[in-house]
Design a protein around this ligand. Structure first.
Ligand code: NDP
Length: 468
């Protein structure tokens, strides 16, 4: 298993302490990885800065040719990459295969975008051309929930905008990112895309470096705030994609059989470990019993187990910290009167397994409803007045996404316009599009990734005034 970093196109072992990567299905060690020393982090940044001197002038056609070759290699090695994802992350193999294919499609979409040049005819008679220039070196810090997909979200818009990169993947799931960056380096000039590995301190050394122009981070709000506070000294830009506590509001006119699988799929996507998953479900009292029963049937039908087992439909949680966090949220909800309406776990000796769990008889004011669970448990709250659900939707410090479920699209759109979130879905949830801006309001983030706005995050403006 490759555990090397890639700095300036050369594979190197980390020079600092080692850490272990575990398979969450059985807690066995699948790799021992050496962390980067601070000196190696600095070397990676220097390599990116050096590469930027020429990469910033590469033509769009050349970039597109390189991206096309990378996509072809990803597709060619899809099975191997998917297996790595399942081994380190835990998700069922079919979902890992989806992650790889969706990642390849995402790159193809980015490839189709063009960075605009605006021409302004000034009233004085001169012409002004406004260019979107690259920033320089981008530091990317990526999480463990969708390790292959999210690194693609970070790297390819930045590269397409002609920046160079140093990535630091989560210490829990570095292996599929190592593989991706190895593939990318077959086709990119040396130093354009580097990877450093580590646990504790490497991310900070990278993000605080004065030669880094912008940091892009996906993870917890707490760490995002820390990165932002450390960006002040060098006035570097920061893109933060943080937590959420997305509400789903179900009105009384829905067809329960039609929407239940979609609600289940979005709440438990990737075992609930998805920033834009549906995390609290508010259901009108007229359809509450029918919907909770249907959702419980779907949950109880899941086959929980090792993602590499072909019968498995529902894998383990990715790491012990998250497993314990989710368990304690469930225990706390039950202690406060919550009722679990789904089958319970049979304890296993090893592996971070929690069956998809639905909790009823809960309300705002308990942690399971108020906080982000980021795992396979969904609180379901009954309402009779839609105003109460809208109040609950907005009465939170998060503002990532939300959804409204109804046949009455006009009413659903009206409610959507009142939700304080960067994204609202009507009759779906968490189905992200590479073409639409995606970002959080309030403590859910800073900056809108995806689409053209996602590319422009990695640019700065230069206005050229031309007088004849
Ligand atoms: P964190 O959000 O704390 O991120 C950890 C990563 O950030 C590591 O790579 C770490 O590198 C790096 N890091 C830590 N401090 C800094 C800093 N000051 N500057 C730059 N990089 C830094 O993730 P955890 O894995 O600890 O998960 C915590 C919670 O985050 C979870 O419980 C979950 O709720 C949420 N989460 C949200 C995700 C999302 O998609 N929004 C994804 C994953 C988790 P180093 O070890 O080198 O310091």
């Amino acid at each position: 298993m490759n555990t090397n970093m890639l700095i300036n196109g050369i594979q190197v072992q980390g020079a600092a302490d080692t850490f272990e990567v575990l398979n969450p299905a059985n807690e066995q060690v699948i790799a021992t990885v050496a962390s980067a020393s601070v000196e190696q982090v600095n070397q990676a940044i220097q390599a990116a800065a050096q590469a930027f001197k020429t990469w910033q002038f590469i033509s769009d056609e050349e970039i597109n040719t390189i991206f096309t070759k990378i996509v072809a290699d990803i597709r060619h090695e899809q099975s191997e990459i998917a297996r790595l994802i399942t081994l380190e992350q835990g998700k069922p193999l079919a979902l890992a295969q989806f992650e790889v294919e969706a990642g390849a499609n995402w790159i193809e979409y980015i490839l189709s975008l063009n960075i605009p040049v605006e021409t302004i005819d000034d009233p004085s008679g001169k012409t002004i051309q406004v260019f979107n220039r690259p920033l320089g070196v981008i530091a990317s810090i990526t999480p463990w929930n969708w390790p292959f997909m999210i690194v693609i979200w970070h790297l390819f818009p930045a590269l397409k905008a002609k920046n160079c990169i140093v990535n630091k993947p989560s210490e829990y799931t570095p292996l599929s990112t190592i593989k991706l960056i190895e593939i990318m380096n077959r086709h990119l000039p040396q130093g354009v895309c580097n990877i450093v590995l580590g646990q504790g301190g490497v991310g900070q050394a990278l993000s605080e470096h004065p030669d880094v122009a912008k940091v892009t981070f996906t993870g917890s709000t707490r760490t995002g705030q820390s990165i932002l506070s450390h960006s002040v000294a060098s006035l570097k830009g920061v893109v933060l994609e943080l937590g959420g506590n997305d509400i789903g509001i179900v009105l009384n006119d829905v067809d329960v059989n039609e929407i239940a699988p979609r609600i289940f799929g979005s709440a438990f996507l990737n075992m609930g470990q998805t920033c834009a998953a549906l995390k609290r479900l508010y259901v009108h009292e007229d359809v509450y019993d029918q919907l909770t029963q249907k959702l419980a049937e779907l949950a109880d039908a899941q086959v929980v187990g090792d993602g590499l087992d072909e019968n498995t439909t529902f894998g383990p949680i990715q790491n012990r910290m998250q497993y314990q966090k989710v368990k304690s949220l469930i225990d706390d909800a039950v202690a406060q009167g919550g009722e679990i309406i789904t089958q319970q776990n049979q304890e296993t000796e090893k592996g971070y397994y929690i069956r998809p769990t639905l909790v009823t008889n809960v309300n705002a004011g308990i942690a399971l409803v108020d906080e982000e669970q980021f795992g396979p448990v969904l609180p379901i709250v009954k309402f009779s007045q839609v105003e109460d659900a809208i109040y609950a939707a907005n009465h939170t410090s998060f503002g990532l996404g939300g959804s409204v479920w109804s046949k009455d699209l006009e009413q659903a759109q009206q409610i959507s316009s009142r939700l304080e979130t960067g994204t609202v879905w009507i009759n779906s949830h968490s189905d992200l599009s590479p073409a639409a801006p995606f970002g959080g309001w309030k403590l859910s983030g800073l900056g809108y990734s995806f689409g053209l706005s996602g590319l422009l995050l990695f640019t700065k403006k230069q206005a050229i005034h031309i007088t004849k």
